[in-house]
Design a protein around this ligand. Sequence first.
Ligand SMILES: Nc1nc2c(c(=O)[nH]1)N[C@H]1C(S)=C(S)[C@@H](COP(=O)(O)O)O[C@H]1N2
Ligand SMILES: [Mo]
Length: 247
Amino acid sequence: MILARRSLIAGTAALPAGCDRIAEQPTARRILFLGEDMHRGLQRALSDRNALAPEFTPDQRSPFFRPNGTRDPGTTEYAALRAARFDDWRLKVDGLVARPLSLGLADLGALPQRAQITRHDCVEGWSAIGKWQGPRLGDVLKAAGLRDAARYIVFTCADLYGGEPYYESIDLVDAFHPQTILAWALNDRFLPVMNGAPCRLRVERQLGYKHAKYLMRIQAVGSLVGIGKGRGGYWEDNVDYDWYAGI
Ligand SMILES: Nc1nc2c(c(=O)[nH]1)N[C@H]1C(S)=C(S)[C@@H](COP(=O)(O)O)O[C@H]1N2
Ligand SMILES: [Mo]
């Protein structure tokens, strides 16, 4: 669109006779400049979404990082993983990827790490500051090789709500945001069970419920249709929370 407009104005592209003067017509000019404004607006929106969440100093951390939602998945499967100190836990990465992956804690630890001290804001009205560490989700997705049709990343968890695993999803802007990590450590220790052991999503520009704990599967999809009831997450599907929970 933009390229087409540039070549129209520059008059360089091979166009059907008469088309090279389109940019000089008042109506066409209005439409072209409207396109330009929309393009600028989109750029602005995207760069806002790439802005970093504030980070804090070690002494600003909350003495206790309060848990919310599931505090222990309590399933037989999770109890067995926990009893073996998550040595047998594997995170599946599949869906619209070229190379499906199955990653253990050692694999996550071997990737480049990012640590960040951020504030978690729960929609229920409380916050806590903690230091999270893990690989960037973007690096994991690059290793798996996203297919062109991928638009969303869906997270499936070990804990059950009404018999079904908790699930959440984000788009690719958030998936590749530099502060979006697969955290396996909180305040320099392995994640406590109440905070999502062995691994949870941190997606720092969004509200708490997007930060899926107890990760079991990461799936790249082209659409949210067919995931739960189609609105992209457990709370979105069942309690009308917004899918985009940007802060
Ligand atoms: N699997 C799973 N992830 C979850 C939840 C949950 O119940 N299950 N609760 C969400 C909500 S509402 C919040 S505020 C945060 C709480 O994280 P915390 O327990 O580490 O405080 O996890 C989010 N991720
Ligand atoms: Mo929350």
